[in-house]
Design a protein around this ligand. Structure first.
Ligand code: 13P
Ligand code: SF4
Length: 365
């Protein structure tokens, strides 16, 4: 790489959006195929427009693998997504997260020491290694994916959770599912697993707050984690739209509570939500329960449909929102100048085990 001076971030905040757009376009052009920009559907519009490839977590995991010529994978998403890109890409590719503060509050609700502690505690009641398959939602840190890789488990996303759980039960009779209790419960419910056999493990309490009997009877042991954005959607929001717009369709992300998903017409990943709304006939009415930027985009894209945000207050993924034009410009211009800012590098051993878990998931699909 060349030796031009690094580009500082702060002065970019003095520029107008138009100036930043012009500079990003120029940097992108100069980088050509050596750089691919991936954009999650929750990204703010001004950033999303620069994504070469967009998708939900599963689609982006796969796309990250399919650009071997791109030396730099600039991930406009959150930290765990860039980690997955790093794990699945080749060693000569570098995954970059434009702002390291773009984390996922749900992913932060489970960490390796707590999960290891839970595994140990459960192991005093049941034979965990032979009866429990650990499954982590992709919204988790790489070391938890590695934990699953090491203990015969795997990863799931919101678009393949049922297939993954079916696989998990074909391996062992129980599943420890983390960090999102709602995705685990919603998926188990669709698989006709009785609610009393889906217990919540609270990491702050001895034995997760569960009795021996509850642990022995459980099919799915759900981690006590949730998404603060999706927990804002309530059953009464669905009732409100149904009453006001008879015939309206309600679609929600499965990170929403069971009571909300049960009242909805459909639930699915961000990719599925977009697809169903896009493929509906002109004049359709939808109430959509997922992050605001996605719903807003659909609304602008399809003026021939009535697309409402399910919650009366705007729920945005504040961490995803950290990626702005300034950080994207800063990242790209530094690459042009020969400097890699914010590389995401998962340690080697973790990468190998996490890759095992991710590859098990990709083989299930
Ligand atoms: P998707 O996999 O559906 O894109 O969801 C990711 C996510 O973080 C939703 O909150
Ligand atoms: Fe994480 Fe929720 Fe943001 Fe998705 S919407 S990235 S689960 S905090």
């Amino acid at each position: 790489m060349s030796e031009a001076a690094p580009v500082p971030l702060e002065p970019l905040y003095a520029l107008s959006d138009e100036a930043l757009v012009t500079r990003i376009e120029a940097a992108k052009k100069s980088l050509g195929d050596s750089c691919v920009i991936l954009g999650h559907h929750y990204q703010r519009e001004e950033v999303y427009q620069f994504a070469d490839l967009t998708g939900d977590s599963l689609k982006l995991s796969r796309l990250a693998q399919q650009r071997p010529n791109a030396r730099y994978i600039v991930f406009c998403g959150v930290h765990f997504m860039a980690e997955v890109a790093d794990i699945l890409s080749s060693p000569d590719q570098t995954a970059i997260l434009p702002d390291l503060a773009a984390g996922c509050s749900m992913a932060d609700m489970a960490d390796l020491p707590a999960v290891e502690e839970a595994w140990k505690a459960l192991g005093t009641v049941i034979d965990v290694e032979n009866t429990v398959t650990p499954v982590t939602y992709v919204n988790s840190t790489a070391d938890l994916k590695a934990f699953c890789g090491e203990h015969g488990g795997t990863v799931c996303t919101s678009s393949n959770a049922q297939l993954v759980l079916e696989w998990a039960f074909s391996q062992r009779e129980k599943t420890l599912f983390f960090p999102d209790q709602h995705l685990g419960r919603n998926t188990g419910y669709l698989m006709d697993i009785p609610l009393e056999q889906m217990v919540v493990y609270k990491p702050s309490e001895p034995m997760g707050g569960l009795t021996e009997q509850q642990i022995k009877q459980a099919k799915i042991i759900l981690w006590d984690g949730y998404c603060s954005v999706h927990q804002m959607f309530l059953p009464e929001h669905v009732d409100y739209y149904r009453e006001k717009y008879p015939g309206i369709k309600v679609i929600v992300h499965p990170e929403s509570a069971l009571e909300v998903c049960q009242k909805a017409d459909a639930q699915g990943s961000t990719e599925l939500i977009q697809k169903m709304v896009r493929e509906s006939p002109s004049g359709s009415q939808w109430a959509v329960g997922t992050e605001f930027n996605l719903v807003n985009r659909l609304n602008h894209e399809m003026p021939d449909k009535d697309i409402f945000y399910l919650c009366p207050t705007i729920c945005m993924c504040s961490t995803m929102f950290r990626i702005d034009l300034q950080h994207l410009c800063w990242t790209l211009e530094n690459l042009v100048a020969g400097h890699i800012v914010n590389p995401i590098t998962v340690p080697e051993r973790e990468t190998a085990l996490a890759k095992t878990a991710l590859e098990r998931m990709l083989a299930i699909m």
